[in-house]
Design a protein around this ligand. Sequence first.
Ligand code: REL
Length: 953
Amino acid sequence: MKFITRAACAVLMLACALPAFALGQKPFVAFERTDANAVGLLHDGGVAKLYVDSADHTGVLRAAADLQSDIKRVGGTLPELVKSSSAAGADVVIIGTVGKSALIDKLVRSGALDVSAIKGKWEAWQVQTLKNPMPGVERALVIAGSDKRGTIYGIYEVSEQIGVSPWYWWADVPPKQRQAIYASAPARVNDAPAVQYRGIFLNDEAPALTGWAKQQYGGYNHKFYEKVFELLLRLRGNYLWPAMWDAAFFDDDKLNGVRAEEYGVVIGTSHHEPMMRAHKEWDRYGKGAWDYSKNETVLKDFWRGGLRASKGTEKIVTLGMRGDGDEPMSEQSNVALLERIVKDQREIIAQQINPDMSKVPQVWALYKEVQEYYEKGMRVPDDVLLLWCDDNWANIRRLPTPEERKRSGGAGVYYHFDYVGGPRSYKWLNVTPIPKIWEQMRLAWEYDAKRMWIVNVGDLKPMEVPIEFFLSYAWNPSAWPAERLPDYLKLWAAREFSPEYADDIADIVAKYTKYNGRRKPEQLEPGTYSQVNYNEAARITAEYKDLAARANKIDAALPSEQRDAFFQLVQYPVNAGAVVNEMYTLAAQNQLYARQGRAFTNDLAERVRGLFKQDAELARQYMEDVSDGKWNHMMSQTHLGYTYWNQPPRNVMPAVSELQLPKAGDLGVAVEGSEFAWPGQNGDKLTLPALEAGNKQTRWLEVFNRGQLAFNYTVTASDPWIVLSTPGGRVVREKRITVDVRWADVPPGVTEATLTVEGAGSKTRVKVPLRRAVQAASGSYVESQGVVSIEAEHYANAVAKEGWQWLRIPDHGRTLSAMTTLPASAALSLPGAAEGMRLEYKVHLLTPGEVTLHTTLAPTLKFQPGEGFRYAVSFDGEAPQVVNVHADASQRFWERAVSDGAVVFKTKHKLAAGAHTLKFWAVDPALVLQKLVIDAGGLKPSYLGPQESPKAP
Ligand code: REL
């Protein structure tokens, strides 16, 4: 074994035991001395001085002051920030930009510091410990940047590693308190972003963010934006589209642009606000029509004003034009007119900023109908960045073709975590799971749309988690391959709270987002999940409630100073989501019970009312109790009772029914999987779903009261081998009785048993069908209740072509996970060839005849020109059936796809009973398979489909 010193060993152990504080970065900070050369930032009562050259960028000087405060936040002592071109001391921190800081340049010249890894790069940083780097300095932690933001990111890397979360202010994450802070030696870490512009769009920002900003700062002024800029930079972002519903960044406060420049944030205006002019400014100053064909002179003047007002602020100028207020232009407007508009806008830019257009970053957003203009032939000069967009529902509509990738202006993606528009606005909670963001943005990366990634984040809160992931992923997509995704939230949770609860918190956050992602809360309705089939509504409600209970338990165990942050980041969204899901489920149950005449109907109505109040109470806590009311207004977004795409003016409780009940107890009986009950329509035909040998599932029936007074009941089985959980007892409201069978005792040939239910002077019968054991090949999924349901990742065999692979995306989609192909950027082959890419699933069918295969895919859009993306399916040696997932281009199809968060395609196949191999063939790349369900005649309506079928041992 190679000899390692005790100190090196300690560093290694530390590196292994501690989470990487900066998500995905190599840790270089320790909280005890690890070696003699470690730089003591805080130790033995002393604190290292921070040195920065006063000639460095204002943004660097400002961020250095943040580090100064961050050290105090963690260690209680404010270090001195010395603005000088020389440094001295036993332990010092030297901060600066290559070519701009005499301090850094001196170190480079003397050979003490090698910056070749970052020099000349965009936004690169390097953090390094040095011994005796210059006369009078024994040990130094050097933070060097290749440019202004590079240095700033290096500074914030140190802040994060010493224990200050980027969210210390925006989510009140308390800095971890430390007695000592060391930068381990020899440490040398450097990094640079993969995506050049990484930003957020504050949008749809009323009532929540606007109400809050007004109360806190008096509006969207520089005080507000300073907080946003700092957060963005701490998250390694660099680009912002400011709030615009009732705000105009450069017009509202002249200091907004000044501060952006000082902080180092690049400003743009949103996709439909050309030439640095906010939409609101046209309301304020525009004269005449927002129509270039009629009002060219005024519009040009208006745009000149935009460039004048933003002078001195680093910016990316939006080109083009849409109709007034984010509407499509009129019918008459055409490609030629738009091309002329862009040409004229560029002339203004050339006159006012730089005649060399390649020096002025410009963006043309291909949003909604603008993309159609592009497809019809509209073009802008090559140096303009083409910003491709998603469908507002986190599915990218288009990515550059190989030809388009040659453009000098490059490409980017505009993405959404929040949207106002059809089929229904979603602007309340975080509904975009990390695996979904990953799957789509990885495509952007692979297809070279990486000059700009910008995401609509609504009110900013409560999108903390997806915002950070989006920006982390934009910084370095290769740091986060699919298999590392589960680690991301664990690292995040360890940083925000503690490693002790990290696994649990990560799981809670992943799951609540997944639950919100499969149906956005705004789209939930009492009937979304099936009340009777596959135990769906009850199961989903129970799962969500269980998450909330876990979150509440962690909350009780957390140190009190972490609880405000925990409420904002975890507890509120989980509880609010659980409450809303349960409310809709119980409202549907209330309706069903009313039809069945159950006395419990009235209790359910009461519970729905309680949950409706609880929803309001949770929002109140967020706004009034947490962090002493700091987040007032922030949870004022309505989210219950949508009737069309736009938000309801007030939250509306779902309708509930109440029954007038007779005094006397009155027997009713219901069975699993049926909406009918006895007495009542079809109530005399009560039959349980079959009990299946080899499938551990039990069945249930419910004995319920249709009156007020309790009564006694008995359930008697026709045969002694039927096992009942509670064959007799007293019913106040209802009793669920599980039904099982002792298979060993069932005589041959018997296929049914009967239960007799008696109570309150009445009596009825329930049939119990039995299905005998099935001899199926080991590992095959066996038909149950007339279906075979399989999760995509449970294939028996994956066949990949040379140079390709099948990739599991953990936790992607509505149920377990998903499978896709890598790489995503080249055409595969048609199926049939022996080497065709496919996944094979072993199934065992009991019902011969025609089956319908339901294939669930992610709603991937046709992001490349052509006829549409295809997959194929076949059983055994059957000729594969090719399905074009984009064949239906209707609005209706898309609305359903984004509402369901998935698309289900059906194919028909004729099969004999027995063993089969189901093959899913990849034909075109980038499709994402989630689930396969074979309907052999038993499929019942539900939202997510049946749970996975039993697998033969
Ligand atoms: O989400 C979007 O990109 C658009 O709907 C918004 O940008 C839009 O401008 C809206 O806020 C209205 O002004």
